[in-house]
Design a protein around this ligand. Structure first.
Ligand code: PEP
Ligand code: CO
Length: 453
């Protein structure tokens, strides 16, 4: 690894999962244009998040990271953004209740537009075209024009990310997220969901506590800044990430100002390659997805390169093994991380290790596997002198049928009724809340409380 880092020093390395753009001049022109636009986030917010993540690592907070596998440009609209915000708010309420900790809300949004693919090409009826890599790169329709990587889409993605974030900030700052108005967060389904009663009980308990603080203690939490929302995406398409990476006034170092919290995906986790080179030099808090291919030796080197100064909140490890593998793979990695002496935030992604194909050829995930991996993650960390400090979930605020199971028992036959994802299957709003209520009960029991059924 060279010592001299710059926002573009990754170019000297092998870059995995990058589109084959036809014109480098066009890529450079788009990058220059993005670089001139105002940033999507500020270094102050990034630093605030880093501090909160450090508190999650020490057990004072809990991280909830969630959103679509991939956002799409078409879904950059008011109801879909609001619904995603609502389900994340509801989940965070449940988690705060169970964990007795403040919850950090991080969306997989405002930039989650690029996807790694197993194959560079897709063949249908004898025609071979580049694979769809997310709306930041190309379009899903199976035509030559749609599938040709277009640098201009980076600019469209940057604009859509800006619009998404603008709407989220407006909703959050004007009362939508005020916990005195919990009914604003309700999605239409809540009233007849099998989870409704448990959720309502939590919401009422919190409402009662608020009234107690205001009426009896005399505090007025309504005047406080209640809710922060942070953004995250996989930092996959490096020209896009580089374009807004720069110095800011009054803080040392370089910041990626297109998101608060970028992560390195599993498919680009190569110690000698471009993604690690890019990520090692930015000052944002960063996350790395780790799975069964990561050995304890590799993890040790990774921590050395990405987390050399043990700066609080800098590194989150998001593990994703699968329900049947976590018990085998996680303990040696926890031990390796402990031997480095560095502080790390551990987060469980119970989605990506549990992807499977049904007999009918539909990509799905089984709810009981997702639940089981998360359940095991809490116990394995506790048994190994570590702590699970967060969860990373692919979800949507819509009524989709992409994952099998859950309280409403979505069956394999049901998958056809509302399968909207172009990529990975997401939990629908009800399954997402069910996972949060489960984690809430789990943390409550680990805190020594007895759990009402
Ligand atoms: C993802 O988060 O959508 C993803 C591709 O995950 P992973 O890198 O863990 O496979
Ligand atoms: Co995914």
């Amino acid at each position: 690894m060279t010592d001299v880092w710059s926002p573009g020093s990754w170019r000297a390395k092998k870059a995995l999962q990058q589109p084959a753009y036809k014109s480098e001049a066009e890529v450079n022109r788009v990058m220059e244009e993005i670089a001139k636009l105002p940033p999507l986030v500020t270094s102050w917010e990034i630093i605030a998040l880093r501090k909160q993540l450090s508190q999650a690592a020490s057990g004072e907070r809990f991280l909830l990271q969630g959103g679509d596998c991939a956002e799409s440009f078409d879904q950059c609209n008011s109801p879909m953004i609001a619904n995603k915000l609502k389900i994340l708010l509801q989940m965070s309420l449940a988690l705060a209740y169970g964990s007795h900790r403040r919850v950090i809300r991080v969306g997989r949004f405002a930039g989650q537009y690029a996807k790694p693919r197993s194959d560079d090409f897709e063949t249908i009826d004898g025609t071979t075209l580049p694979s769809y890599r997310g709306d930041l790169i190309n379009r899903p329709e199976f035509t030559e024009t749609a599938r040709t990587p277009d640098p201009e889409l980076m600019l469209r993605g940057y604009e859509r990310a800006g619009m998404t974030l603008n709407f989220i900030r407006a909703l959050v700052s004007r009362g939508f997220s005020d916990p005195h108005r919990l009914e604003y967060w309700d999605l239409d389904w809540v009233k007849d969901s099998p989870m409704a009663e448990e959720y309502r009980r939590i919401a009422h308990t919190i409402g009662d506590s608020l009234r107690f603080m205001e009426d009896v203690v005399g505090l007025h939490p309504g005047e406080m800044q209640w809710i922060d929302f942070f953004t995250s995406h996989e930092g996959l398409n490096l020209p896009y990430e580089q374009a807004q990476t720069r110095h800011v006034p009054r803080h040392a170092g370089f910041y990626n100002l297109s998101t608060h919290f970028p992560w390195i995906g599993m498919r680009t986790l190569d110690l000698d390659a471009a993604h690690i080179e890019y990520f090692r030099g930015i000052s944002n808090p960063i996350a790395v997805k780790i799975g069964g291919i990561v050995s304890p030796e590799m993890l040790t080197r990774l921590i050395d390169v990405l987390h050399p100064d043990n700066e609080p909140g800098r590194l989150t490890l998001i593990h994703r093994f699968g329900a049947g593998k976590i018990a085998q793979f996680l303990p040696p990695l926890i031990a390796a991380a402990q031997r480095t002496g560095k502080t790390i935030l551990w987060c469980c992604d119970p989605m990506h290790g549990n992807t499977e194909m049904t007999a009918g050829g539909i990509k799905t995930r089984r709810f009981h596997n997702i639940l089981s991996e998360l359940d095991q993650a809490f116990d394995i960390h506790a048994a190994n002198g570590s702590r699970l400090g967060g969860m990373h979930i692919e979800l949507t605020g819509e009524n989709v049928t992409e994952c099998v199971g859950g309280a409403r028992e979505v069956s394999e036959a049901d998958l056809k009724t509302a399968y909207l994802s172009n990529l990975d299957p997401r939990l629908n709003y009800e399954q997402a809340l069910e996972i949060a209520l489960f984690a809430s009960r789990k943390m409550r029991s680990m805190n020594g409380h007895t759990i009402p059924a």
